[in-house]
Design a protein around this ligand. Sequence first.
Ligand code: PMV
Length: 318
Amino acid sequence: MIASASAPGKVILCGEHAVVYGQPAIALPLSDVRAVAQVEGAPPSMGIEVVAPDVSEQWQLTPEQQHPLALLIRLTLARLAVAPLPDLHISLRSAIPIASGMGSGAAIGAALVKALAAYFGAQLPPAEVSQLVYESERGFHGTPSGIDNSVVSYEQAMWFVRGAALTGQTTPPVIEPVTVGVPFSLVIGDTGVRAPTRVTVARVRERWEAEKELYSTWFAEIGRLATQAREALLQGDVALLGTALNRNQKLLQQLGVSSPELERLIVAARSSGALGAKLSGGGGGGIMLALVDDVARPLVARALHDAGATRVIETVVH
Ligand code: PMV
């Protein structure tokens, strides 16, 4: 028996970083760019072997292993009440660039949880898939808001406000579907610069610690732009959405998470007709996105290639 499952990549349309501090953000799944996990039985006493050819990884699960996916496998098997540890061969493939702001780690995790559940004849609701992925990533990413694991698990455009830790108890995040009044197009450009999210999140935290009032004002302003973007999506007002994205980028620059490579792609997109453009995700490298109409779409895609994007993805959001 072989079980397989997949999960999409994602982009954050508006609100990254500020979302870590309790502000709302909007995330979109990228359904055409996916991670796939396959689980099959292995001969007795083989244990659990994990093969991930896209990142040249192959390892055997051991009790003391610190890999986030090792933790995720243990958590998922415990949730499925599978004991003792079974003999399995797990293969992981992903078309989502790593450490680029497209949620590759979360997507691989969600695909893995769903494939393990399918192998053992269970189906976990998105909230549980999301929670398991969050638990496994928490130790490795510092203070993740939970937006990545949520959007790849629910696979829908979402309004997200992180859950709060209240006197030892954790309240769940606010997750609401976002209504897209009129479909719109995004062109996504990858700088090719790998920038781990935990590094930029830690950098922002240091700056916030040093100047709490100033940074909190900026976070709140980003939160207001997310509200404006949601309204623009509902109304199908792409001009308003473009303005919100551009203003969001200005604030991300102020937070210190843009980079020369990102700026180059953003300027190229805007000067070839994009209605708005900003970095997406952790920043410091990784991806940017541009909001385009049908006329600008091919021009922006070409301009991003010419400005050095290592990969350009065009997508329509419904
Ligand atoms: O994983 P990335 O690079 O898409 O970034 C996630 C968004 C951040 O707001 C920067 C971090 C977080 O945990 O929300």
